[in-house]
Design a protein around this ligand. Structure first.
Ligand code: FMN
Ligand code: FE2
Ligand code: FE2
Length: 409
């Protein structure tokens, strides 16, 4: 665990977590950081913690001891969010220091009771409430409901303008050296652009309207440093991550980069023949593509690629009168994440009845996704010349839309 000084009296204790399924389902290619914060005035508060897994609370305790903070001497624990990636360790903490005073939103307080039977010494804060740690350190609490659970809040150290924003402004991706935006190389920046999108699309996209409220709330505060619960700290230009989050909200509503996500599957290569034709066209048009063969592609990569691309191609056959199941599941997942208004094309092979498009359109309808599909095309067996022509025309139309969307994004 790394101890990084963020500002006077504010330290970040950060650890990389790899080889996990985040939220029990996201296979994170590049891991994630868990960031905990220690704020010291005359009194000491810890803002958020770590997951409760074997050995991980102890890693946090070691890091605290190394900075001269004994667990027994902690005065306050601030719970920004009760999801166990930040608060799982409370179970262990409460065994060591059961009388610690906990500051939490009303909804976090209810969850503390549900998860850990903890009700004593819990102070329920309202929006804007403060906690004076002495020596000029005053924390204030700012509710950010549904980012990402109903209980979430952000904690501001008013002395240094450090906003400990929990899941808000977070990013996936482990950190080896550069914890601050101003320490990042261009390569690091590109890495966190992708990992920020992976994070937002995988865990935040469903809550776009609430993320918007949290951005607006941040703008009303005197914030100089943004210090999230996952990912790097933004101190040279905190508005950059706010602008990025604003852009991500747009991606969830149909905007996107000049890229096409291709969600595909093919049992015996018939659909793939048409797809190979499409790939040649896209290469000529110099549009970058994300090829996501389902079910080989991870859910995390798949959702991120669809989310950030201005266009989506769904290429998959009929399977038992419906859409090829791994592709159907992927579209449904995009629907749950409220990825709406994408410009899209569908084509796929069938043997006799067809039915893939019917199910695809039902999934789009059921999730209220409003994807703008051009004429869907189901062809029988191997694609013939006229099928390829139809696919080509549609893909060229999609390319036009993608260029227009990317230009305004
Ligand atoms: C398990 C299985 C189920 C299928 N179910 C249907 C079906 O319900 N209706 C249909 O028209 N074709 C059905 N087919 C035929 C395929 O859609 C057809 O073979 C198509 O060419 C496969 O394209 P692909 O090679 O791209 O997977 C099925 C094929 C398989 C292997
Ligand atoms: Fe969370
Ligand atoms: Fe989190």
């Amino acid at each position: 665990m790394k101890n990084v000084k963020i500002a006077d009296g504010v330290h970040m204790l950060s650890m990389n977590v790899e080889d996990i399924l985040f939220e029990g389902m996201w296979d994170l290619a590049n891991g994630v950081t868990l960031n905990s914060y220690v704020v010291q005035g005359e009194k000491t508060a810890i803002v958020d913690g770590v997951i409760g897994w074997d050995g991980i609370p102890e890693t946090l305790y070691d890091a605290l001891e190394k900075m001269g903070v004994k667990i027994e001497d902690l005065d306050y624990a601030i719970v920004n969010h009760m999801e166990p990636d930040h608060s799982g360790w409370m179970e262990s903490l409460l065994k060591i220091k059961g009388d610690i005073r906990i500051y939490a939103s009303q909804k976090s307080a209810a969850l503390l009771d549900q998860f850990f039977d903890k009700t004593e010494n819990v102070v329920m804060v309202k929006d804007g409430d403060t906690l004076d740690l002495g020596a000029g350190k005053v924390l204030s609490f700012h509710l950010a409901p549904n980012v990402h659970w109903p209980d979430t809040m952000m904690t501001l150290d008013n002395q240094t303008g450090t906003l400990m924003s929990c899941d808000m402004y977070g990013s996936f991706g482990k950190i080896e050296n550069s914890y601050f935006d101003d320490e990042m190389s261009d390569q690091d920046k590109a890495f966190f652009e992708e990992e920020g999108i992976r994070y937002y699309s995988n865990v935040m996209a469903t809550f776009g309207s609430f993320v918007q409220k949290a951005i607006d709330k941040t703008k009303g505060l005197d914030v100089k440093i943004i210090a999230p619960g996952h990912g790097p700290v933004y101190r040279s230009n905190p508005s950059e991550i706010m602008d990025n989050y604003q852009r991500y909200i747009g991606y969830g509503e149909g905007k996107g980069k000049r890229e096409i996500a291709i969600l595909w599957g093919s049992m015996y290569g018939m659909t793939k023949k048409a797809l190979d034709h499409v790939l040649k066209i896209l290469e000529k048009e110099a549009i970058s593509v994300h090829l996501m063969e389902m079910p080989r592609c991870t859910e995390s990569d798949m959702v991120a690629a669809i989310f950030k691309s201005a266009g989506v191609i769904v290429a998959a056959p009929t399977y038992e009168y419906k859409l090829f199941p791994p592709v159907a599941a992927a579209i449904d997942e995009a629907g749950r994440k409220k990825i709406t208004n994408k410009a899209a094309v569908y084509f796929g092979s069938c043997g006799w009845s067809g039915g893939a498009w019917k199910e695809l359109s039902q999934i789009i309808e059921r999730n209220n996704m409003k994807w703008d599909f051009d004429e869907p095309l189901e062809f029988k067996g191997s694609p013939h010349e006229e099928d390829l022509k139809k696919v080509e025309a549609q893909v060229m139309e999609l390319v036009k839309k993608v260029r227009a969307i990317a230009n305004e994004a």
